[in-house]
Design a protein around this ligand. Structure first.
Ligand code: B4P
Length: 193
């Protein structure tokens, strides 16, 4: 059985961090749209330059670009035990597109995990990461804008999965291992039903 998880949350909520741990523990493919986009920016291609113009301002990259990129990665991972979608979907249109893409492959999202973290902590985490990350979007002004965009465009995705009955809220504060324990319990609860 293919087991797909969406790891959801505001910028800085720990999606990337916890996805890495989950992928290792359950043998799933970790698919981070942020990492895929930054890899394209690194290449310095014309597409990368276009992508950077969105990321560095804290805006979302257009849906069609993201969906095409993701479809290609899904196709190149035929036979995977399942995927962890980290940072995707970020709009309800992306969520609908993912549902369609997975349906073609005879599968669906089994679990959507919403990592819940207060705004002050989100900002502090990202500012701290900005000291060493070199990321163009980890500065105070851009972080504020990313959080605004999250509330306007991304937060509604939660209701999409709630209506499908596969969403769980997890407290995303505390140590990495405490949070991972909570996530593992949620995953095991679905696997064992
Ligand atoms: P992402 O790379 O997804 O960036 P993010 O939201 O900041 O999440 P990230 O995974 O990096 O942070 P994490 O919470 O793990 O996206 C970047 C940009 O790409 C977006 O703004 C957008 O422009 C574009 N993009 C990506 N996907 C897109 C899509 N689907 N559609 C359109 N555009 C898209 O970690 C944050 C920090 O907190 C880390 O330093 C970590 O070490 C720390 N941390 C984690 N857990 C902690 C804990 N428990 N305690 C203390 N610190 C913790």
């Amino acid at each position: 059985m293919v087991f797909n998880i969406v790891l959801f949350g505001a910028p800085g909520s720990g999606k990337g961090t916890q996805s890495t741990l989950l992928a290792e523990k359950f043998g799933l493919v970790h698919l981070s749209t942020g990492d895929l986009l930054r890899a394209e920016v690194q290449k310095g291609s014309s597409l990368g330059i276009q992508i950077d113009s969105y990321i560095s301002k804290g805006n979302l990259v257009p849906d069609n670009l993201i969906v095409d990129m993701l479809a290609a990665v899904l196709d190149s991972n035929e036979g995977a035990k399942g995927f962890i979608f980290d940072g995707f979907p970020r709009t309800t249109d992306q969520a609908a597109a993912l549902k369609k893409m997975l349906a073609v492959k005879g599968t669906d999202v089994a679990l959507m995990i919403n990592l819940s973290v207060g705004e002050e902590e989100l900002i502090n985490r990202l500012l701290y990461r900005g000291i060493s990350s070199g990321r163009t979007d980890d500065n105070y002004e851009t972080i504020q804008h990313r959080i605004k965009v999250y509330h306007e465009k991304t937060a509604p995705v939660k209701a999409f999965y709630e209506s499908l009955g596969c969403a769980v809220d997890i407290d995303g504060t505390g140590s990495l291992s405490e949070i991972f324990e909570r996530i593992q319990s949620a995953v095991n609860a679905v696997i064992n039903t």
